[in-house]
Design a protein around this ligand. Structure first.
Ligand code: G3I
Length: 336
């Protein structure tokens, strides 16, 4: 693509620049859809629902489904030709309300009851958006993150059902919409130990014919990690299983997680420049692997809304600033 004067009024459309490569997505909350409307229409051709499809939000009580926020986002995405990614059906952490784990009499749910609830939830949610949501993060973050020898995170699903809860979730999702693509979504799988554990699980899925089509490499990045070599290893490892690769939650904080120096240093020109260089390097890798990359989705759209910010802590992780204007990082992704 021809380099243009960055001072020029013409801002290229990211989705058009990447037309021959992969869709460009953004994770969106319903409260932001109007404010981001023009930005989304111009630059993005895929949408993940950041929170509206999560179990506590869409199904907070046993007979209580709240579809309205997800319906609004799905309608917006459909009417603007955006491919929709459903996030997420089964997640041990903030992804499941407490009631799900207990029987009516207050005792812990049995394996049968929890499987029945999972199936009912998945059939209802996937069924409602059948033909609209192209792909689902069926299970999110099930692999143990620390190097303690355990394969799976030790939560209620594992304790009550056993490790086959993951396979069951994929089977339930496939029953509900046989045409939907089904993904396993995970963080920090660029690093060798967790990558190895994830590979072991996915190989087993392949051998047993579990319906799975792709993996989400979340990609919550910083200026230094993961290395480009680790990123390549992850893409190649999972693509070798025949899985599609979704860069599913991309953001690039200019300060490492839990670093509080941002509070007095702020966003310096040097950090903006380093972020631009790093984003440019990452997208160069993504373009190289375009044959296996299903899409690249940012975990937000502009710096004014990100899970990484808490109170006065700021991280400035995206291509667009608080006023939805392109940052230096935008130009290094859009012009290559
Ligand atoms: O909507 C309520 C609001 O009414 C209330 O005043 C406020 C008080 O804390 O909370 C608001 O809800 C929060 C919600 O985000 C909306 O901002 C929840 O407390 C908070 O837990 C929720 O956090 C989300 C988190 O997942 C847990 O579901 C983040 O937005 C979301 O970005 C984050 O996304 C996860 C992915 O699903 C999985 N991978 C990691 C990623 C980042 O943690």
């Amino acid at each position: 693509m021809k380099k243009e004067d960055k001072g020029c009024c013409t801002i290229p459309s990211l989705k058009e620049v990447y037309q021959a490569y992969f869709p460009i997505g953004a994770a969106i909350e319903v409260v932001n859809v109007e404010r981001y409307s023009d930005l989304l229409k111009k630059h993005f051709n895929a949408m993940t629902l950041e929170n509206s499809l999560k179990w506590p939000n869409i199904h907070p009580g046993k007979d209580d489904y709240r579809f309205e926020p997800a319906d609004r986002l799905v309608d917006f995405a459909m009417s603007h030709g955006m491919r929709i990614h459903g996030h997420t059906l089964v997640w041990y952490a903030m992804g499941t309300p407490e009631w799900v784990y207990y029987a009516e009499d207050g005792a812990m749910a049995s394996r049968e009851l929890l499987l029945e609830r999972m199936q009912e939830h998945i059939h209802t949610v996937v069924g409602r958006y059948k033909g609209k949501v192209a792909a689902w993060d069926v299970v999110n973050e099930a692999i143990e993150n620390t190097d303690n020898g355990r394969q799976y995170h030790d939560g209620e699903y594992l304790q009550i059902i056993g490790p086959d809860y993951i396979k069951k979730a994929f089977q339930f999702a496939h029953e509900a919409d046989p045409d939907a693509l089904l993904f396993y979504n995970e963080y920090q799988i660029e690093f060798s130990i967790k990558r190895g554990k994830t590979l072991r699980m996915l190989k087993e899925f392949r051998e047993e014919g579990i319906p799975i089509h792709g993996i989400g490499i979340q990609s919550h990045e910083t200026l230094d990690v993961p290395s480009l070599g680790e990123l390549r290893d992850a893409i190649e490892t999972f693509a070798a299983l025949g899985l599609k690769i979704h860069i599913s939650e991309l953001d690039l904080s200019v300060y490492p997680y839990r670093d509080t120096t941002c509070l007095y240093k702020g966003l310096t020109p040097e950090l903006l420049e380093r972020q631009a260089v790093r984003y440019g390097e990452l997208f160069k890798v993504f373009r190289e692997y375009r044959d296996v990359i299903y899409g690249v989705t940012f975990w937000g759209a502009a710096d004014d809304h990100t899970w990484l910010d808490h109170g006065i802590r700021r991280t400035w992780p995206f291509l667009f600033d608080d006023d939805l204007k392109p940052k230096p990082a935008f130009w290094s992704v859009a012009q290559f």
